[in-house]
Design a protein. Structure first.
Length: 559
């Protein structure tokens, strides 16, 4: 299948933000290990992390990483073995992450919110031989231990103390490994083939069925990191005009945090103020004390920051560089963020399957409301129909991506790989499952997940569009719009809403329905509104419409 001329000619080439190029040379022999080593040399004596007042230089982290790598070698970890990390953001996460990669192992990171059943699934599905986890998780680990296909568990205390849990045939202390390996490894002991060897096995959020492991090669991740570097280089020189001080609230078990904070900082040389959890009180203290100039997050993080009483009187104007990913940011929230900080928020779009990124709109770029920007360097994008035919500019359809950051494929899921990949124009394309359209300048407008599209009396209704309008009402803190089965209409439009504290008991569901009627087309407004205390979310903060929709459809089926 031939590509349309507008894609072949990359019609977004005249819309690229300052500092971003259309093409970027990616060395075919460069590995993630190389990025880590180069950063350690270049920024040797600079502070890389501040963890509750304890500072670590790039040099110090490098030494600890190489000592830990030596310990993993002695435990028998070989090239290609999977090492699982189960811990929150902390310096030890970095040491273990790069330590495993340093000897050619593959890392899979597990959400610190997981319980025994979820831990068991990811460890066994990934085939992990080593699990490194914090002592606070010992109860859940013990529940799952007999069902885990592990050779060894490494336990650590996040404060750096010796764990109280005794060592055994299965368990060894992180401290013991460092104590017994005083001599750091000088270089990677194996040969890495960047385009073939998997560096990260990144599990998807599980919004559709069981999570799948995206196999990301060294070349995939290096390609993404060097594309990100264009943003960081420009920002340091012309936007922030100095070094980054990062308010680190992105979870590192997710590829967004790994790519944009852990790995990217190896080549950016900034200081991260590391928080192990999304603690709004601590966030306020960090902003007040350290005046960070960079914060990356997901929509719910920024919504909660803007509405937190802890941050109400905090000066946020230090946060010059902010960026949202892993979900579309409501327009009203973006406006409020700019009002509070004085700076536009950047936005991006990507997937675990694209090593975190594909589309990019940094804070200094020309914005279009509702758009997440234009493609990163070396990335092609388009919109297709169900027959895998490329649509014309402006037509909505499934968003597809081709680029060096796109994964090798899913781990042990050949049937899934057949569904998500197709060939066109000599390129390998990834079907994202997202509904989108593009304009004549190459800006991408995400409409919704394909499976979230609501069909009301034959009309296509996009939940995100409805949510955008609902967010304009001052009573609404968070919302989720979805469709439930209806024998006459096809689907009924329903909205779950969390009210702002000041509006609880002062507004009714019907009043919001009436307001919606006045502000939306007759086929779009929610027919049902339900006030709820919380919304189900993935571990990275995405609202799970599928979970709510399935729950409501089950109720309908029973009746």
């Amino acid at each position: 299948m031939e590509l349309p001329d507008y894609i072949k000619n990359r019609y977004w080439k005249d819309s690229l933000p300052e500092g971003i190029t259309l093409d970027l040379d990616i060395p075919k022999d460069k590995t993630v290990i190389d990025l880590f080593i180069e950063g350690g040399i270049k920024f040797k004596n600079k502070v890389a992390m501040n963890f509750y007042g304890r500072e670590f230089t790039f040099y110090e982290l490098g030494v600890l990483t190489r000592r830990f790598a030596a310990g993993l070698l002695k435990l028998g970890v070989k090239k290609g073995d999977v090492v699982a990390l189960w811990m929150p953001n902390c310096p030890q996460f970095s040491v273990c992450y790069f330590g495993a990669i340093f000897i050619g192992a593959t890392v899979t990171a597990i959400s610190p919110l997981f319980v025994a059943r979820e831990l068991e699934y990811q460890v066994n599905d990934s085939g992990a031989k080593i699990l490194i986890f914090i002592e606070r998780f010992i109860k859940q680990f013990t529940k799952a231990a007999k069902n885990l296909s592990l050779e060894k568990g490494i336990i650590l205390n996040i404060e750096g103390n010796v764990p109280e849990t005794p060592e055994s045939e299965l368990i060894v202390h992180y401290n013991t490994i460092l104590d017994e390996n005083q001599e750091p490894l000088e270089e990677c002991p194996v040969s890495i083939i960047p385009k073939e060897d998997v560096v990260v096995l990144q599990y998807t959020g599980g919004t559709t069925g069981l999570p799948k492991g995206a196999r990301l090669s060294h070349f995939n991740v290096v390609s993404m990191t060097l594309a990100i570097k264009q943003n960081t280089d420009y920002a340091k020189e012309k936007y922030i005009k100095g070094d980054f001080i990062t308010l680190s609230i992105l979870p590192w078990y997710h590829i967004y945090g790994q790519a944009c904070e852990l790995i990217a900082n190896s080549i950016a040389g900034g200081k991260g103020i590391i928080l192990p959890s999304f603690d709004l009180k601590r966030i306020a203290e960090v902003i007040k004390e350290h005046r960070p100039n960079l914060v990356l997050g997901v929509p719910t993080m920024f919504i909660n920051m803007l509405n937190s009483p802890f941050l109400k009187d905090i000066d946020l104007t230090c946060l010059k560089y902010s960026n949202v990913g892993a979900g579309a940011l409501p327009v009203e929230v973006a406006k409020e963020w700019e009002k509070r900080t004085g700076f536009q928020m950047g936005e991006g779009y990507g997937l675990s399957e694209t090593s975190t990124g594909a589309i990019n709109a940094p804070p200094w770029s020309r914005k279009k409301l509702g758009s997440c920007g234009v493609p990163f360097a070396n990335t092609l994008m388009g919109v297709i129909n169900e027959k895998l035919e490329f649509l014309t500019i402006g037509e909505p359809g499934e968003f597809v991506i081709s680029g060096p950051q796109v994964m090798l494929g899913y781990h042990n899921r050949p049937e899934e790989n057949d569904l998500v990949f197709f060939e066109a124009g000599g390129k390998r394309w990834l079907r994202t499952g997202d509904y989108a359209k593009t304009d004549e300048e190459g800006y991408v407008f995400l409409l919704d997940r394909v499976k979230d599209l609501i069909k009301y009396k034959g009309h296509s209704v996009y939940p995100r569009e409805i949510e955008e309008i609902l967010y304009e009402h001052p009573a609404i803190l968070e919302c989720a719009v979805f469709g439930v089965k209806d024998p006459i209409k096809g689907e009924e439009i329903v909205a779950y809403i969390i009210l702002q504290p000041d509006y609880k008991g002062k507004i009714t569901e019907q009043e919001l329905i009436d307001w919606s009627k006045e502000n939306m087309a007759a086929y779009k407004y929610p027919r049902q509104i339900k006030f709820v205390r919380s919304l189900p979310k993935s571990a990275v903060g995405k609202i799970l419409r599928r979970v709510i929709r399935d729950k409501e459809n089950k109720k309908i089926a029973k009746n």
